[in-house]
Design a protein around this ligand. Sequence first.
Ligand code: HEM
Length: 406
Amino acid sequence: MAARSDLAFDPWDPAFVADPYPAYAELRARGRVHYYEPTDQWLVPHHADVSALLRERRLGRTYQHRFTHEDFGRTAPPPEHEPFHTLNDHGMLDLEPPDHTRIRRLVSKAFTPRTVERLTPYVRGLADDLVSRLVEAGGGDLLTDVAEPLPVAVIAEMLGVPEADRAQLRPWSADICGMYELNPSQETARQAVRASVEFSAYLRELIALRRKEPGEDLVSGLIAAYDEGDRLTEQEMISTCVLLLNAGHEATVNATVNGWWALFRHPDQLAALRADHGLVPSAVEELMRYDTPLQLFERWVLDDIEIDGTSIPRGAEVAMLFGSANHDPAVFTDPESLDLTRADNPHISFSAGIHYCIGAPLARIELAASMTALLEKAPTLRLAAEPERKPNFVIRGLEGLSVEVG
Ligand code: HEM
């Protein structure tokens, strides 16, 4: 297929970022795969294709387990970006089997539904406290007052990051996550490198401390696995902790504020939810489908594939449009409607296949806890000012969400 520049897909256009869903409908109508020249990627907009590709072993989050950059027709990242890549490339999200399997097995012990279930009272208590403070203040910024402190405290607690150090996690994470947008700038890379150096040094110290004084936390657990010869290098341990700390809150923060903003724009749905708190579990799923917190994930083509008669060769990159898949009318009845009672909701906001979100059970508990606390303690919660959208496309969020109560 020839290069196309006439696609209704422009992740640098604020109007597209504000509401990418009409453009996705056009992409789906035009075909199953589209070459997108500005990022040199193959865009895949349909649910069935995205679901299949996430499980496709001829694709990978990385190619470095099988090929060199040169083999793959790519250039190595500039040496000054090395600290970011060292950190990023040793986390399980950017590894493929067998390394991925080995690390995921160790970490998944901390994220079994049963382990996470045990955290529920703690998460609920935290959500209640945060919402009570918001109510006492008569309102505030839902992002900084509730959406952010909740998952940050939970994941920091799980990893054993002392309370005094937690304020630094958000800026480090934000700077690193800038690299997950399409075609990041030199300035974004510079910030990500600095954050990677600082965050890695911080974790190296924390690991040394926990080695001397082990606790019940996940860092101590990973050290024990390492010391028992379970083949987790120190770099893998650092990268895993950074991944958990970042992935453990970024999308949850955004899902919370995107969700509440969607509720404020659909007063009938919000009223139905207020009348029946039993809708919380299906509301959490529907809000994650309706405004998908992570819009795009990439895979490298390790061995040639074909989509709808188009061959995509080894070395190419596929970009799966999660937001589009979640609005595909082939799977969702009336996909542009927000329906908190939607029963059949196979959204793919948590991905699928071997990289399926390890934190999904925890994220669901956190989202339900903050929603329930807000419904119970702030029944008059309303929007105080129109929010501003973050300019990012991949990680979809708001700059803040100003609310009033009472
Ligand atoms: C609403 C919240 C969340 C969303 C939408 C989300 C979404 C995702 C997605 C889409 C992936 C896979 C990406 C891919 O296939 O390329 C993923 C992976 C991952 N997520 Fe989440 N996530 C959320 C919350 C969390 C939480 C709370 C944690 C907690 C620790 C977490 C930890 C991880 C980890 C470690 C991976 C990598 C798994 C692997 O590579 O095997 N996430 N997440």
